[in-house]
Design a protein around this ligand. Sequence first.
Ligand code: PMP
Length: 377
Amino acid sequence: MAQSKLKQLDQRNLRRSLYETGRGASCLVVRGGQELVSFCCNDYLGLSQHPDVKKAASDAILQYGVGAGASRLVTGNHPLYGELERTLARIKGTEAALVFGSGYLANLSIPPVIAGSGDLIVADELSHSSMRAGIQASSADSIYFRHNNTSDCHAILKQERDKYKNCLIMTEGVFSMDGDMAPLVELCELAEEFGSWIMTDDAHGFGVMGQGRGSAAEIGVSGKIPLQMGTLSKAVGVYGGFICASRAVIDLIINRGRSLIYATGLPPSAVAAATASLKIIETDQELVDLPIRYARQFTTQLGLPPAESPIIPIITETSEKALAASAQLMREGFLVTAIRPPTVPEGTARLRFTFSAQHNVDDIDTLAAVVSRIGLA
Ligand code: PMP
């Protein structure tokens, strides 16, 4: 049974495999003995390799050991969480914050806490798989609006909102596979007009947009988004997820969020390292600005629309073409993984380039020249 399912994936160029990939102190990775410049890590600021962050992790291991021992509600709430959550709340300008085992786990638990039977969730159709998992886990009804289309969202709310008790609008701040930003001003207005909650997943905006504070700060709607989710695994460079919200919402999630209640807390090293990363994000503006600057250099050199974020997709449509382009770039010394359905909709397979503070101007020049020479853009 498994073999025949794998064969079907093979036939559609959709089979995925794990490749051992060594990462070191720069954007260089080693795969199959070949050294490659990676343009597909979400470590936008290179903080996973920063000496202060590594030291914070190793000090925490020496003091507290390597595992949390239990869920946060039992004995896993070690003393390092307080500072991390206070820092997250300060950066986001909310009353409180709550750290989960990962961004996926945060998204899995938050929608069911906020919206249940008799409620409605209205979400962007390109919402990340973990948001969809959380929406499915909720007993609320759900409707997806066309990507970034506020007229469609408005039409759905106009027709449906009155039939439900509570309503939750969900979107990403920066879309993970497209790199475009959500129209947060308009979505906040819709939330207000229709008496709805709004939740953003800012996995790809936090640390790189809005002086590091994220998409809401970039767009000027900080304070208007009551549920701001993010991850500690991308620009922060470590592991874990979080939600910033009011004290009451956080207390409710502590009581009802299944992936917080029933999963072991993060290792102390991850919590200490994330706090150390946030200190750098709060103080090193030059570093925070670099990923977008490099993404803009790339789009300018290739005559593409200006980068809105450090993520630039080049759509190949078919998975076959995406795989071939990725292999071609690998021969030229670059690692850019092909992104295929179901991660992206059918017919929109792509190469997804991500830019990091660890790159340099020459890396971008060389990459843009190769992308142009092989006819990708
Ligand atoms: N949301 C988005 C938009 C993401 O891209 C990801 C990671 N791919 C997640 C959530 C999950 O975060 P984590 O990796 O911390 O589980």
